[in-house]
Design a protein around this ligand. Structure first.
Ligand code: HEC
Length: 115
């Protein structure tokens, strides 16, 4: 019986670390360039003006969540995480002022967009 318990604990831990690992390894749904299409489509401007529909907000949120999972092609990963998390949070909270600050194209491109 004791052996069985040890075996089960081991299997549980192995399963748990496996699921943790695969969560961290989860592939982003979109590439950075794909997410930038939302900006080309002016969804960001609509959001700032409060004109984005529910679907458009969902699209922005999905995009920024994918953005946060991507690795930046350039620059510091911690800074990237802070910038992308701020975008996710602003859209989630429907906070236009926070979004305006977070979606600063030039600031992010300067740090993270390869020339
Ligand atoms: C959180 C960071 C971040 C913000 C904010 C951001 N971008 Fe980007 N953008 C990037 C990165 C990184 C790339 C480079 C992607 C690559 O080369 O893989 C990029 C690339 C682009 C591209 C080129 C895409 C392509 O197909 O080559 C366009 C256009 C673009 N951004 C538009 C915008 C606009 C407009 C805004 C502001 C409304 C904006 N971006 C805000 C990070 C950001």
């Amino acid at each position: 019986m004791k052996r069985f318990v040890i075996f089960c604990t081991g299997a549980f831990i192995a399963g748990l670390s496996f699921s943790l690992l695969s969560a961290a390894d989860e592939k982003p749904k979109m590439t950075i360039k794909e997410v930038m299409k939302n900006h080309k489509d002016k969804l960001n401007e609509k959001f700032e003006k409060g004109e984005a529909t529910k679907e458009e907000k969902a699209k922005l949120l999905e995009g920024y969540e994918a953005l946060a999972k991507n690795k930046p092609p350039k620059g510091d990963e911690k800074d990237w995480k802070a910038k992308t998390d701020a975008l996710v949070k602003a859209v989630k909270d429907d906070d236009k002022a926070a979004y305006k600050k977070a979606v600063n194209c030039a600031a992010c491109h300067k740090d993270h967009k390869p020339a």
